[in-house]
Structures are given as C-alpha cells and as structure tokens.
Write a protein that binds this ligand. Structure first.
Ligand SMILES: Nc1ncnc2c1ncn2[C@@H]1O[C@H](COP(=O)(O)OP(=O)(O)O)[C@@H](O)[C@H]1O
Ligand SMILES: [Mg+2]
Length: 377
C-alpha cells in the first residue's frame, strides 16, 4: 500500500478506483448469470483495472464463486499460454488447497520444471513438450480440471487478442472448442487491439463469433472523475484549485493513465495547495523527462511518418488524413504516403484509429507524446 492515492500501476482496491459502476454491474451480472464478455478499449484507459475490480466485486458478493485473472500479453506461443495459465492457477489455488493439490498432481504428471518468482515466491511452470499434440492435450486438461473443481469460476483473460499472434494458427479454434462445453466457467476476455478483438468476436467465420457480449470501455465521466480526484487530494490533506483541475483533465484528455500520472506527480510535490502554475509545471516536467525517448524515436522513424505524427498532435484529432489541407500543411507528400504512414504508425501502436459515425478518427496514441510533439513543433 502506498500513501499516494493515485495508482499508476495495477489495481490497489476499491478505495483507489474511480467509478465504473455501470460497467462493473454489467460485467458482474453477465458473469454470474452465465454469459461470457469481452472488454475492449485503447491501452491505458482502464480495462485491466476494471476487470480486477469486477473480480473483486464477485469475490465479495458471491462467496460461492471463485475468480481467476491472468494477463497473456507476454505470451507468444501455445506453449507460453499453457505455462501462463498453469502458473496463474497455482498462484490462485496454492498446493495446500484441495483444488491446488489436484492441479499440482496433474502438473507433476507432465513433468514441468519450476522456477520461483523472486518477488512473490510464486512458482512459474516451464514445460518441455515433445509434440504440439501434448500442448493441446494439456490445455484441454487444464480447462477440464477447472471445470471439474466443484465451484463455479469466473476466469478473466487479459490481452486476449495475443492468441491471434501465435505461430500456431489453430489456437483460437482450440480454445473455442475446449471452452464452449464447460459448465462451471465463465470468461471475461479483454484486449486493447480493437481490430483484432472485434474481428475475433464479430466475424462470422471465426471460432469465437457471437460467443460473447462485447463492451467498449470509454473514458471516465469528467464530472465523476473530477470529484474523485478532489476527494483523493482532500484525503491526503491537499486542496486543488478548479482551474488546475480543469487544466489537468484537458491536458491529459481524461485518458485514465495520463490523468492518474499527472495527479500522482502532483501529489508527490508535497504542495498542500495545488494551483494552475504547479499543475503546468508538473506536466512540463513529465515531458522534459521523456524528451530523450521521443528524440530517439525521431531518429528511427521515416520523416513522413514523423510529420504525420506532428500533424495529428497539432490537430489533436484528424479524420481526413488524405485531405490536401492536412497533407500540404504538414508536408506529408501525397495521399498515398499519408495512408501508408498511418498504416505503419498504427502497426507500431504510435497512433490510434477509432471508428466513429462512419468516419475514422486518428490521434497520437500516447497523450504525453502528443503533447510533446504539439509543443516542440
Ligand atoms: N477507474 C479507475 N480509477 C482510478 N485509476 C484507474 C481506473 N482505471 C484504471 N486506472 C489506472 O489507470 C492506469 C491504466 O489502467 P489499466 O487498467 O492498466 O488500463 P488498460 O488495461 O486499459 O491498459 C492504471 O495505472 C490504473 O491503476
Ligand atoms: Mg491492461
């Protein structure tokens, strides 16, 4: 536990979590009622936090239901996935519990070698599979064991789109086959890559088609977030001027992580009365701290892509990336260059493309980077 109430990593409990009441209620109701969900939003808006919040709420309100969370962002193959799932299961159900013992016995039967997380002491499995078939069989057994554990389980798999990037091309179909006949497990799949996630769940040719209810996570409500921020400062014996708060929300575009980060740093200044000047200085310090990284990025990006980024940052949001006005103003070259730059920058997750009312909105993904570009050029 920290004495800075603005959490910028992970989830620290309900006291530090703002709102998301409606989303939480919906996801809890669906999971408990027996349907699977998908949660989709850009990175750093609060998916993982929300999912953890939902699981905690289920833990508190439904003692008969178990919950399990895993983040598969770092996995890049079916073997990794099996190791990741096994490790998170054993972290949640230690060997001294009945299910933990059963699960461990099963794992031992496939002879893993284990290492221990140096910080938490939690065992991490490593499996030497002889054949792909073995991996598939193990994956199936893991779900069957969980299903057979005797308690219903809500299983959240974060950064789920990762499975589409594995070299094994059948993982999606396998997972769908293994999970669709489970009786006691409900899933919450979350992911940041909208295109991959929606293709997986909304495309009729894909195994997970129409298997979940999707939720698009939005920004926090400005008014609700304002009250949360003020009350966090108040509890920490600080006051914040209204224009300082408005500046922070505008400057960070109410993109949760960035807002949290500025508030976190504001809290860390130790100042008891937070003014607009202090807020501006804290934001500037953040940009100054990133200066070197951004300049490094300029070194490796083609000039047209760099100019494209400057254009987006200066305009804040752009819908017509091939319009003459945009291209000539920022010296991007041609419509084709602009389109290619957008594609490549999206691939690198440097820009965010959001479909909206028949248009596509383009913006620089990272809010601090966007502010830096805007200021520097
Ligand atoms: N509702 C919230 N209230 C306060 N902080 C939040 C909230 N949601 C997310 N955060 C914080 O914002 C940051 C980004 O959230 P995270 O859940 O990791 O986003 P995502 O999973 O969408 O990338 C984290 O540091 C998290 O603690
Ligand atoms: Mg996340």
């Amino acid at each position: 536990m920290t004495d800075n109430p603005f959490i910028i990593k992970g989830y620290a409990g309900k006291a530090y979590f703002c709102d998301r009441k409606e989303e939480t209620h919906k996801l809890v109701t669906r999971a408990v009622g027996g349907s699977d969900s998908a949660v989709i939003s850009p990175r750093r808006l609060g998916k993982s936090g929300l999912v953890r919040h939902v699981l905690l709420t289920i833990d508190e309100e439904y003692p008969g239901i178990e919950t399990l969370y895993t983040d598969i962002y770092a996995t890049s193959s079916l073997g990794d996935l099996v190791e990741n799932l096994s490790s998170s299961i054993l972290a949640k159900f230690p060997e001294k519990t009945r299910f933990g013992k059963r699960f461990m016995d099963f794992m031992k039967s496939i002879r893993p070698y284990m290492t221990f997380d140096p910080l938490s002491g939690i065992p991490q499995f490593h499996l030497d599979f002889a054949t792909p078939m073995q991996k598939e069989a193990t994956l199936k057994s893991i779900f069957d064991l969980l299903d057979d554990a005797g308690t219903p389980l809500v299983f959240a798999i974060d950064e789920f789109q990762q499975i589409t990037e594995y070299p094994e091309k059948n993982v999606e179909a396998l997972l769908r086959t293994y999970t669709q006949n489970l009786h006691n497990i409900r899933f919450i799949f979350s992911g940041s890559k909208r295109r991959l996630m929606t293709a997986m769940f909304n495309n009729a040719t894909r195994p997970f088609y129409a298997s979940v209810e999707s939720m698009s996570l939005d920004k926090l409500d400005r008014k609700v977030y304002s009250e949360f921020i003020l009350s966090m400062f108040r509890k920490g014996d600080r006051t914040m001027e209204v224009d300082a708060l408005d500046f922070v929300l505008d400057w960070t575009r109410i993109h949760t992580y960035y807002t949290q980060r500025v508030c976190h740093n504001l809290f860390d200044t130790g100042e008891k009365h937070l003014t607009l000047d202090i807020a501006k200085k804290v934001c500037q310090d953040i940009l100054d701290g990133e200066n070197y990284n951004y300049l490094q990025l300029r070194e490796i990006l083609p000039l047209q892509q760099w100019r494209f980024l400057i254009g987006l940052a200066k305009e804040e949001k752009v819908t017509q990336i091939t319009a003459n006005s945009f291209i000539s103003k920022y010296k991007i070259g041609s419509a084709a260059t602009s389109r290619r730059a957008a594609e490549s920058l999206e691939e690198k997750e440097l820009i965010l493309k959001t479909p909206s009312l028949g248009e596509t909105v383009y913006e620089v993904y990272d809010v601090f980077f966007s502010r830096w570009l805007e200021q520097t050029y």
